[in-house]
Design a protein around this ligand. Structure first.
Ligand SMILES: [Zn+2]
Length: 458
């Protein structure tokens, strides 16, 4: 046999959805043909009505390995990814130990990942406080060592081992970031408005601690102003230092107008949101339901609809999972306290059906989904010449997806380390039937049939 042909009635290409055959040779996408013109010496896989999408790219998740592999780890995360239709993951520099803020730490990450990945991966570098390490000097070294960009926090990240940066520290680092030409991904919340809101909660409660079992308490403690103030600061820094700015997990839709204006001005800004902000709304989160805790928080139903509009208008470029697991005890399900529970929602194995369930109700197509979940994140992570699209010369990474199938989320469909999820019991639309990485099957009908073949791409 001289290669393979993947045939479907619905192949999702950058130019639209069409029937045909994709020729695959040596793990790469070759020609696109009508199925009737497939040469005789080619092995044909006919997926019929199932759609073929490009393998998804998740530009924001926490694998926690090395150092906190008991929270997740390369094996479990990449299997969950394969089950979810993701073929490329870009790991965040925090929650693992050491944080990926030095070239030595990047080496430790490469060692932890070696031979244990079912899909391809890259690692973001960390931009941390100067006092924590000589990080400024590390920025350009990390770029040379192959990270596709950097991540920083303007607020305490809620975990030890990764430090936030002050405005002064950020200013000192930005010329280095700008010189690399790589994007800086920022957790855009400022502490000021959050401290103030938390004080106000306490004053309103006669200095007693507020009722942290209530979701409304948590929501009030992290107001939209914290996101807005951070985004205003970042846009002005972007104007001054001319670096590529990426806002991770936007929750506050009130920031969309200013982000839109910044784009119109020509600033190099991109924006992401997450499935949980597009799926849940504050009105429906019961008190004590700490599985829904994340930062910034899930806001109102009206806010959710504005985020969908932001996607439609192209102000929000991409959807990443921010998959951030922890051992189940850290979700404090017994006490239900939004104050002490770990903030993070895991969705790596469900993101595609979650997004499709919501998106198709709003008139979006599979082409929109692949733009948000494959093409745009690949561009952010600097791998858009080989990942994120079904196009000649690209890696033969595919998701075989059944858009009309429905299923109820059960623990056995999660695949990451601990089957903890706010989505359990929900009925979703669209099922991942199989996932292919560079032409090889890495997930099929609940099975992972090959040895781990994923590798770092940089
Ligand atoms: Zn995150």
């Amino acid at each position: 046999m001289d290669g393979h042909a993947f045939v479907s009635e619905r192949i999702v290409t950058p130019d639209g959805i069409r029937p045909g055959a994709i020729i695959i040779r040596d793990g790469k996408i070759g020609r696109f043909l009508p199925a009737s013109l497939i040469p005789a010496n080619i092995e044909v896989h006919n997926f019929g009505e199932s759609a073929i999408l490009p393998g998804l790219v998740d530009s924001h998740l926490h694998i926690n390995d090395p150092g906190r592999a008991e929270w997740e780890g390369f094996e479990t995360a990449t299997r969950a990814a394969a089950a979810g239709g993701y073929t490329t993951l870009v790991d965040m520099p925090l929650n693992c130990l050491p944080p990926t803020a030095t070239v030595a730490a990047l080496g430790a990450k490469r060692q932890a990942a070696a031979g244990r990945c079912w899909v391809d991966w890259l690692a973001w570098g960390g931009l941390v406080s100067e006092s924590a390490s000589d990080n400024q000097a590390e920025i350009e070294a990390l770029a040379a060592a192959g990270v596709p960009g950097f991540k920083c926090f303007l607020i305490h990240p809620g975990i030890d081992g990764f430090t936030m940066v002050t405005e002064a520290e950020l200013r000192a680092a930005l010329p280095h970031v700008a010189r690399t030409g790589l994007p800086l991904l920022v957790h855009a919340e400022l502490p000021g408005p959050i401290d103030e809101a938390t004080r106000r909660l306490q004053n309103n409660n006669n200095n007693e601690d507020a009722d942290w079992r209530r979701y409304s308490t948590y929501l009030q403690s992290r107001p939209e102003e914290a996101e807005l103030a951070a985004i205003r600061l970042l846009l002005s820094l972007c104007r001054q230092y001319k670096f590529r700015l990426h806002i991770v997990h936007l929750s506050a839709s009130s920031a969309l107008a200013e982000l839109c204006a910044a784009r119109a001005e020509g600033l190099p800004v991109s924006v992401e949101t997450c499935p949980h902000y597009l799926h849940f709304c504050a009105e429906e989160i019961p008190d004590g339901a700490t599985l829904c805790k994340c930062a910034p928080p899930i806001r109102s139903r009206e806010n959710r609809e504005r985020l969908w509009q932001g996607l439609k208008d192209g102000i929000i470029d991409l959807v990443a999972t921010d998959h951030s697991p922890c051992p189940p005890a850290m979700k404090r399900l017994d006490e239900g306290s939004f104050k002490t529970a770990w903030g993070g929602i895991s969705s790596l194995s469900l993101a595609l059906p979650l997004m499709w369930t919501q998106a198709q109700q709003r008139g979006f197509t599979l082409t929109d989904l692949t733009r948000w979940m494959a093409e745009a994140p690949a561009r952010l992570a600097g791998c858009s010449a080989r990942k994120g699209r079904i196009a000649e010369g690209f890696d033969a990474d595919f998701v075989i997806f059944e858009p009309e199938a429905e299923f109820v989320v059960t623990e056995d469909r999660l695949y990451y380390r601990y089957p903890v999820s706010p989505y359990l019991g929900q009925k979703l639309r669209g099922a991942v039937r199989a996932t292919y990485l560079r032409g090889q099957v890495v997930f099929s009908d609940g099975q992972f049939p090959v040895d781990p073949r994923g590798r770092e791409i940089c």
